[in-house]
Design a protein around this ligand. Structure first.
Ligand SMILES: O=c1ccn([C@@H]2O[C@H](COP(=O)(O)O)[C@@H](O)[C@H]2O)c(=O)[nH]1
Length: 659
């Protein structure tokens, strides 16, 4: 772990259900190679994962089973170690390649920009050679200018100890936001291709493995499942997915399941399959390949307490020299990038989903009521503006205390600036936010334009496939009243951060075994999936997560009380209410005739669509860039320095902020 990472905390654990064939799965790492430095539950780094995998591989070799490591993409964007280096990714590829990943593919973040797709071409593909698969992804070769598969389409291999013959494919979902140098072929077209049809005709396989940067409940995986099952009625099919940033497990049938392993190095997914028939291990009781199969999953919290326990090691025996070297390399990259540099001290926690919106501790309420109106200036003092941001542009929480260079990129890694359209009729402008939030026929008519893409990934997943994930019910203050009759969130959720109540930091698993007192449960993931509620390795107290709107809006140049909010009702409004929008409140200043609409560049397509629906025709050519394209990330950081900055901070990340 990194030197400043909090010590792990003892917690009751479920064992790893080790089997004949075992997997460790990472996804959506988004550059969190250093682990979480403010959350004890996820405080292990990539070096620890290297040590952990080594111990599990040794175990497999010792008992004659197999272990396969899978990563399903989005390794970049979302952490200062990637986003603040010049060039971006300077350290990422060197760190990633230290782990022996047996199956790896691209996510959509590797493809948003031409440079990062080239990064895959020049670094990740050669680093992982035959283990990188690109079943539906092509790239323009930067050397020749010709189009070619980013990597081989599929592969067949035999596991080391069990001799299991595996046919593997590596996909990405039907992503359309990629730069011009890559081509994502829709899955429905890929399954019709000759090479795919030929590949799945192969009967000399014991297991088919489909991994990808694809939501496991998506139509893309449903189609791959049915196509493969049609060709293989009894071959086990294992899926690994990603993209939606959640823990999930889906059962297709008794011989086919899918695992998704969260985000940001919070989770190491573990999967095992037993009962696979191989040429070495014939099942004597049946001629079917799948009848005695047993699939089991576990979501491991990425911390040393879990890792020591599951590997049967302790603080002394756990770290390997290789793992330690990688932890040191991460530490020196962080130091060279000055990631502990403090811009200011956050006076309170600000959450993406762990608070309702609006709320004093909602990061979106902070943006809407403080940061945006205090940062964005209208073109001239007589002009008013409405500033719209998509909630998906905000990637992580702010914790009370030091707001560092690390925090800056965890919260807002994207490079997009603020665009604006001048002098839009106010009657239309004020309705845009409501249209974006409650969708409507245009915004949901095609996959491409679907406004759920404005949300953070977990919320996209919830909106499309898992309505139960987030709480949309209005907050009931009587549920956890504190002295003021307000919700006492401290009693609901202290998060899994360093300062977790009276939990005892644990340096060695033996401490835990010697204790007779069961430790109090730490708040954390309590996953409900197709196999039940026993998937998490750590038994946690639940955390409440709340719905967020697609977009929020701040009013610039209006008197504070004159605009009635973001139009972000979570009810499914009918056609009449889509167009209410942010209304002037009676008795305040008169409505302007025109305003500037300002918005995060990323959402331009949706803003233009909404305006067109409202009868105002604008195109991308009509938009201008605010302050020469200054990124929202920099706008936010300047605000933090101006409002939360303190004089006597040092760069150690500790001193300077009141506790
Ligand atoms: O420039 C950008 C890129 C993405 N977003 C938001 O992120 C999600 C996609 O995130 P994944 O990690 O790929 O799942 C997208 O839906 C947007 O909400 C952004 O705001 N700006």
């Amino acid at each position: 772990a990194q030197p400043s990472a909090p010590d792990p905390v003892a917690a009751p654990l479920r064992e790893l259900p080790w089997g004949q064939l075992n997997f460790l799965h990472t996804t959506d790492i988004h550059g969190w190679w250093g682990g979480h430095l403010q959350e004890a539950s996820y405080s292990s780094d990539w070096g620890d994962y290297i040590s952990f995998a080594k111990h599990l591989r040794d175990r497999a070799d010792a008992d004659g089973t197999d272990l396969i490591l899978v990563d399903t993409g989005d390794r970049i964007e979302g952490n200062a170690i990637y986003d603040s280096s010049k060039p971006r990714g300077k350290f990422t590829y060197e760190i990633a390649k230290e782990q022996t990943i047996d199956l790896i593919c691209s996510g959509n973040h590797e493809l948003y920009k031409a440079e990062s797709a080239d990064g895959e071409f020049y670094h990740t593909v050669p680093d992982f050679k035959d283990n990188y698969l690109a079943s539906n992804l092509d790239i323009i070769n930067p050397e020749t200018g010709g189009r070619q598969p980013l990597a081989q389409r599929y592969k067949k291999f035999t596991t080391k100890n069990q001799g299991i013959r595996i046919l593997a494919f590596g996909f990405i979902f039907d992503f359309t936001g990629n730069d011009k140098n890559t081509f994502v072929q829709r899955v429905e077209d890929t399954v019709k291709e000759e090479w795919f049809r030929e590949a799945i005709k192969d009967k000399e396989v014991d297991l088919i493995l489909v991994y990808g940067h694809v939501d496991i409940r998506s139509q893309e995986y449903a189609l791959l499942y049915s196509t493969i099952r049609d060709a293989h009625w009894d071959t086990p099919i294992q899926f690994f997915g990603g993209h939606s940033h959640i823990r999930d497990y889906h059962i297709f049938d008794s011989g086919s399941v899918a695992l998704e392993s969260g985000r940001y190095m919070e989770t190491l997914g573990f999967m095992s399959i037993s009962g696979i028939t191989t040429s070495r291990h014939q099942n004597p009781n049946t001629n079917s390949k799948k009848r005695t199969l047993q699939f089991q999953r576990r979501y491991i919290d990425n911390n040393l307490f879990s890792m020591h326990h599951h590997s049967g090691k302790n603080a002394t025996t756990f770290p390997t020299q290789h793992g330690l070297n990688v932890s040191l390399a991460i530490g020196s990259a962080r130091k060279s990038l000055s990631l502990n540099h403090i811009y200011g001290c956050a006076p309170r926690d600000l959450f993406v989903s762990r608070r309702p919106y609006p709320h004093n501790e909602s990061i979106f309420t902070w943006l809407e009521t403080e940061l945006l109106p205090q940062s964005i200036k209208s073109r001239d003092p007589s002009k008013k503006a409405l500033v719209i941001m998509n909630t998906g542009g905000i990637r992580f929480d702010v914790f009370k205390g030091p707001f560092t260079k690390d925090t800056k990129f965890l919260v807002s890694p994207f490079t997009s600036g603020i665009a604006y359209l001048k002098d839009v009729p106010y009657t239309a402008a004020k309705r845009v936010i409501k249209l974006l939030n409650n969708a409507g026929p245009i915004l949901s008519s095609t996959n491409d334009a679907n406004a759920t893409f404005l949300l953070p990934p977990e919320h996209v997943a919830a909106a499309r496939y898992r309505p139960h994930l987030f709480d949309s019910s209005p907050t009931d203050p009587s549920e956890h009243p504190n002295q003021d009759g307000m919700l006492d969130f401290a009693s609901v959720d202290l998060g899994t951060r360093q300062h977790q109540g009276n939990q005892q930091p644990l340096r060695d698993t033996h401490h835990h075994h010697a204790s007779t007192e069961p430790p109090p449960l730490i708040p954390g993931y309590t996953t409900h999936d197709d196999a039940g509620s026993d998937g998490d390795d750590t038994i946690h107290a639940p955390i409440q997560f709340y719905n967020v709107p697609n977009c929020i809006q701040a009013a610039v140049g209006f008197s504070p009380a004159s605009v009635s909010g973001s139009g972000s009702s979570s009810d499914s409004a009918g056609p009449d209410s889509w167009v209410d929008g942010a209304e002037m409140v009676d008795g305040d200043e008169s409505e302007p005739e025109v305003v500037d609409i300002m918005y995060n560049e990323f959402i331009e397509k949706w803003v233009l669509l909404a305006l067109a629906y409202l009868g105002e025709s604008y195109s991308a050519e009509d938009s201008h860039l605010y302050e020469d394209g200054k990124s929202f990330t920099d706008i936010m950081t300047d605000w933090v320095e101006g409002h939360w900055g303190v004089d006597d901070v040092d760069d150690d990340g500790e001193a300077g902020c009141p506790s």
